[in-house]
Design a binder for this molecule. Structure first.
Ligand code: GLC
Ligand code: CA
Length: 521
C-alpha cells in the first residue's frame, strides 16, 4: 500500500458547533460541549473533526461573519477551551480542522471599521469600495453593493451587507490573513476548510456580469446574472497556492476548499503541479438526483477527470444543504452511508447524518437563517439541517439544559444516540461498522475504482488493489434485485444479518439494501 498522509485515509466529521453539545445551558453548543463528546466520535471511528467558525462574531451569519480571526467568541467559550479541545482531541488521535473565512469579514471587524471611516484611511483599500455599483449580486439575494453614507461610496459583499468582501489584490490583506493561518497552525491545528474559496478574487475592472438565461422568477435573485466576473477568476489560483505554501511549511496539515463549480473548473483547484488545495471539496453527491444511473455517472466522471496524483474526496452532507435523509428518504439512508464509505479518498460526514437525522421544518416566524429571511419561501433556508444533535431521550435530547437555539427534531425520542447505540440494526451502528471496515481494509480508501455500472436500480463497482477485490452492490430501488457476483464472502450488509455469508455467482438484494463482498482470489 501507498504511504498515505493522515488526511488521505481520513473520515472527517463536520461539527456545526452551535448544534452539537451545549455545556452551560444557554441553548447554544460550545467548545466545552464538543470536548464532552469526543469519546463518542472516537467510538464512531472518525479521524478528524472540522469545526465550523468559532471566532468572535456578531453572528449575522452565525459565525461566517468574523470580527476577530484570532479570538474565540464567548458564546463558544474561551481560548483556554479551544486549547483544551485541541489537546483532548489530539490525545484521542483525532485531528482538528478549522474553518477559515478569507473572502469577507464582519462589518464589525476593526479592519472594516477603519476602512469605512474615510477614503484616505490606510485600510480603505482592504475592502472593495466604488463610487458606482455594477450589477454583481449577493449570493443571499439582492444587490451585492451597499451604499455607505459616511464616505459616499459603495462596498461589495458577496453575502450579507454585514459581511464586506476583503480585497485580496491588496498584499497587506494577504499578509494579514496568512498571519491568521500561522497563528492557528502554530497552535497545532491540523488544517483548514477554506470558506468560498472560488469567490476570493474578483475582476479588477469590475465588469458587469452577463444575464443568466436560465434564471426564472421564484429563484434567488442572486442567480439572475452569471457570476463571470465576481467568481472563479484566474488569479484565485495564485492565492490558493500561497495558502498551500503556508500549510506545507508545517508538517502533516491539510488545505480543503469549499468550491461549488462544474467538474472541470473544480479540478483546477488542485493547482499547478498539485500545489493548490489538497482537497477541493467534491459536492456532486450533495446535488445529485438519487438513482443508480446518475450516481454511477458522477463517480465515473469525477474519477475520470482527476488530475494524475490528485486525491479524491466525497461529501454527503453539510451545513448548507438539506439532510441526506430528507433528500433521499429515510429508507435509502443505509445505501447512502454504504456508498459514501466505500468510495475512494477522503470522506466528510455532517454531524447527525450517522443518526439519519432529517430536516426539521421551522415555522416562518421562527426562522433564524439570514439566507431565508432575505428571500423567504424559496428554499434558501439552512436552519432545517442545523438543528441540535439528539443524544438521548430526555426532553432536550441531552443537547442542553436550557432552551435550544433551534428546535430539536420531534422524532428525537427514536432518532438519538442513546437509543441507536443499543440497536444493532440502527443506522448509527451501520456507520460504525462501515467506518471500521474502511479502517480494516485500506483498499477502500486508497484502492482503485473499477467497473462502475448501473443496471436498473442496481449500482455496482469494484474497489481493487493488487491482491484484493471488493464488490459493492447498492439497490437504489424499493424492489428486490438479482446481482451478478463471483465467489466470495459478504463483508458488510446494510441490514447486518447477512455478514459472513458465502456467495457464488449471483445474489439477491432486497429493496434499499447494499452489500460489500470480498471476492475470493
Ligand atoms: C459558505 C458557508 C456558508 C456561509 C457562506 C458565507 O458557503 O458554508 O454557511 O453562509 O459561506 O460565509
Ligand atoms: Ca452554550
Amino acid at each position: 500500500m501507498l504511504n498515505l498522509a493522515w488526511w488521505q485515509s481520513a473520515v472527517i466529521y463536520e461539527i456545526y458547533p452551535r448544534s452539537f453539545q451545549d455545556s452551560n445551558g444557554d441553548g447554544i453548543g460550545d467548545l466545552a460541549g464538543i470536548i464532552q463528546r469526543l469519546d463518542y466520535l472516537v467510538k464512531l471511528g472518525v479521524d478528524a473533526i472540522w469545526v465550523a467558525p468559532i471566532y468572535r462574531s456578531p453572528m449575522a451569519d452565525f459565525g461566517y461573519d468574523v470580527a476577530d480571526y484570532c479570538g474565540i467568541d464567548p458564546i463558544f467559550g474561551t481560548m483556554q477551551d479551544f486549547d483544551r479541545l485541541l489537546e483532548e482531541a489530539h490525545l484521542r488521535g483525532l485531528k482538528v480542522i478549522l474553518d477559515f473565512v478569507p473572502n469577507h469579514s464582519s462589518d464589525q471587524h476593526p479592519w472594516f471599521i477603519e476602512s469605512r471611516s474615510s477614503c484616505e484611511n490606510p485600510k480603505r483599500d482592504w475592502y472593495l469600495w466604488r463610487g458606482e455599483p455594477n450589477n454583481w449580486m449577493s449570493n443571499f439575494g439582492g444587490p451585492g453593493w451597499e451604499w455607505d453614507e459616511r464616505t459616499n461610496q459603495y462596498y461589495y459583499h458577496s453575502f450579507l451587507k454585514e459581511q464586506p468582501d476583503l480585497n485580496w489584490r491588496n498584499p497587506e490583506v494577504r499578509t494579514a490573513m496568512y498571519d491568521v493561518l500561522r497563528f492557528w497552525l502554530d497552535k497545532g491545528v491540523d488544517g483548514f476548510r477554506v470558506d468560498v474559496m472560488w469567490l476570493i478574487i474578483k475582476d479588477n475592472l469590475f465588469h458587469d456580469n452577463p444575464p443568466n438565461p436560465q434564471y426564472r422568477l421564484g429563484q434567488s435573485s442572486g442567480n439572475s446574472f452569471l457570476p463571470v466576473y465576481n467568481s472563479n477568476r484566474p488569479e484565485v489560483h495564485a492565492v490558493v497556492a500561497e495558502m498551500r505554501a503556508i500549510i506545507d511549511s508545517y508538517p502533516e496539515r491539510v488545505l480543503i476548499g469549499e468550491i461549488y463549480l462544474p467538474l472541470t473548473d473544480l479540478m483546477a483547484y488542485y493547482g499547478q503541479e498539485l500545489k493548490g488545495a489538497n482537497l477541493p471539496f467534491n459536492f456532486f453527491l450533495l446535488q445529485s438526483a438519487w438513482d443508480a444511473h446518475t450516481v454511477a455517472e458522477i463517480i465515473s466522471e469525477y474519477m475520470g477527470v482527476l488530475p494524475s496524483g490528485a486525491w479524491p474526496n466525497w461529501v454527503l452532507g453539510n451545513h448548507d444543504n438539506a439532510r441526506i435523509a430528507s433528500r433521499v428518504g429515510v429508507l435509502q439512508t443505509p445505501i447512502a452511508a454504504m456508498l459514501l464509505l466505500t468510495l475512494p479518498g477522503t470522506l466528510t460526514i455532517y454531524y447527525g447524518e450517522e443518526l439519519g437525522m432529517t430536516n426539521v421544518s421551522i415555522p416562518p416566524e421562527d426562522v433564524l437563517d439570514p439566507a431565508e429571511k432575505n428571500q423567504p419561501g424559496i428554499g434558501m433556508g439552512r436552519d432545517p439541517e442545523r438543528t441540535p444533535m439528539p443524544w438521548d431521550c430526555s426532553e432536550m435530547a441531552g443537547f442542553t439544559r436550557g432552551r435550544p437555539w433551534l428546535p430539536i427534531g420531534d422524532d428525537h425520542q427514536v432518532v438519538n444516540v442513546e437509543i441507536m447505540e443499543r440497536d444493532e440494526t440502527s443506522i448509527l451502528n451501520l456507520y460504525r461498522r462501515l467506518i471500521a471496515l474502511r479502517r480494516a481494509h485500506p483498499v477502500l480508501a486508497s484502492g482503485g475504482m473499477r467497473s462502475v455500472t448501473a443496471s436498473g436500480n442496481l449500482l455496482s463497482y469494484e474497489r481493487v488493489a493488487e491482491n484484493e477485490r471488493f464488490l459493492v452492490l447498492l439497490n437504489f430501488g424499493q424492489s428486490p434485485v438479482q446481482a451478478a457476483t463471483e465467489a466470495g464472502i459478504v463483508l458488510a450488509t446494510t441490514n447486518s444479518h447477512r455478514d459472513g455469508e458465502r456467495v457464488n455467482n449471483f445474489i439477491g438484494l432486497q429493496g434499499s439494501v447494499g452489500m460489500v463482498i470480498r471476492i475470493a482470489l
